[in-house]
Write a protein that binds this ligand. Sequence first.
Ligand code: ADP
Ligand code: MG
Length: 671
Amino acid sequence: MHEKRIDTVPGIGKVTAREFQRLGIETLSDMVLFSPRAYDDRREERLLKDTTIEDPSINCRIVIISKSFFPSRRGRTLKVTAEDDNGTPLDILCFNREFLDSVLHLDSVWYINATVERRMGRFSTSQFELKRRKEEIGIGKILPIYPLSGNLTEKIMRNASSYALSVLSPFPDELPDRLYIKYGFIHHDKAYRDIHFPSRMEDIEKARRTLAFTELLVMEIKAKRERGKREKESKSITTPLEMKLISSLPFDLTADQKNVLDEIRKDLDSKSPMERLLQGDVGSGKTLVAWISALHAISKGGQVAFMAPTELLAHQHAEGAAKLLSPLGIRICFLSGDVKGKGRALVLDALRKGNVDLAIGTHALFSSDVGFKNLTYVIIDEQHRFGVEQRESLKRKGIKPDVLSMTATPIPRTLALTYYADLDISTIKTMPKGRLPVKTHLVSEQKREEMLSSIEVEFIRGHQAYFVYPRIESEEEDGLRDVNTMYEELKKRFPSYSSRMIHSKLPEEEKMEILNLFRDGKINYLVSTSVVEVGIDVPNATCMVIEHAERFGLAALHQLRGRVGRSTLPSYCFLVFQKNLTEDGIERLKIMRDTNDGFRIAEKDLLIRGPGEITGIRQSGFLHLRFSSLVTDSDLIEKAQLEAEDIIQRDPGLLKGENQNLRKAIEASLR
Ligand code: ADP
Ligand code: MG
């Protein structure tokens, strides 16, 4: 398309052009690609009798029947009374528009578009548009309603889009012919016209689907080619170091763990840097995959950095790694913001000299004073917890290290392939052998005591529990249970069992100590906030109680529930809810009760909250979708994935004539 700037539209100067820029519109083609947010259907005349409270607009012919002035704060205001074709009178209050007196002659005919008010049975308006000719007022048309910025008005926008359409048309087809036929898409010239100025409401959705599919297809092809560029080795070798670890484990790796490791090893062995996302539900054994793959990189002489989102979790991982990997001679260090002074200097020195193989820590691993000798592999645990910034800054540290991002908050498949389009994705679906699904109960206030008794039975069996509350301290007004109060209350209820509180306000060291005691079985239950949400691994804990469960998001509930069911012991999750739960709230808790599948939960979450709310997506600058919706267009996303694959198969370089415009669209989107 042309690169004519938006200020070539007659009437648009530099100042107005700046407002267009705020909307992302720099050129005429940007304007064509700017989707209206709604439409004003003015095809039917709307007389005064047709107005309702919901839609108080009129759109019709009127005749001026009288004029007068009434005194107002600013002097005098013109009041014109007119009648529509039905003979209903309308008072038109011309605030600051006294000049209308000289054109609105008695008995003259006008066309009006206005929002009216009705008081004591009489209609009046002060928001109106009057035109001499029917066409000018848009009667008979469907008008686009655009998102606005600053001083822009719909009139300016409509004028700009209509001008851009006329200058740039005819628009060439962007898809190969067969796709128009196969999916009933309309040709692009009509699609661009119809998305802005449709002649029938039915045409809008057809145009939108065509343009939505096109943009999704462009995105998918782009991403697939990006992925395709990365060379893959054909076979992977398991190094002796890895073998040693694997054979020392008291269990076998699951089939999925083996497959995923295979994929990762091939990436690590190839010349192009890995960019891989490892998805696996809570408790599916991602950490072990991380360690084994780290050994692969270390065997080849590289350094590995493992980053966790919280200090607590980083510590837990460092301890786990020490137990598992130190016996193999791996040199491990820990680094967080809390490692200071001499200790820090030692760690930094060792990293720089290459005396450390595996660095485990928080994002402090990538602060400016940290340097590595030969960082070749970066593993990010719970990657959705990190901002895009952090991930990028870390990649800059080494010379293009391989990156494995791990997440237990799966994104629905259609979305993952799109949102993470430029990443390779590995998925662990199967759980380690012998795992029982966590039994989830919804517990009303009346059933709390019953719940506490069954937890007591678990204590008698030697098992442990978590109690989670939405806040640390009580706030009188809302009557929510909190960690402090419940700690005291539960002590009275379970006098012979030991407990500790844990929440974000405690110093890191104390949190660590409490967690270690809990892991060693010296504490029977923790009273906590959602700090235990991420990653904590205590297999002997079998009960998770979440009070005011309706206050937590589905993803958080799923993560919290994932703290139990981490061994072959049967385990339980209790979601305690308040009396006056909303429909939505009930619906969400039922989803939790009915499925343990993180992928299903993520999909429901997406439907309930929309993609912007799903962790990670909001920060991402990746999605600039104009016409498609990741929530409602999943059918189009699947089609686009399918066709992208097919097109690349047939014509990898997009050199055929039928793909020429697609190639141009891809090139344009890369600029
Ligand atoms: P997540 O995927 O949530 O990070 P973890 O890596 O913390 O899960 O693993 C959960 C638990 O399962 C750990 O205690 C780990 O030792 C154990 N585990 C990992 N792989 C297996 C396996 N193949 N068989 C049995 N247990 C396993
Ligand atoms: Mg984990």
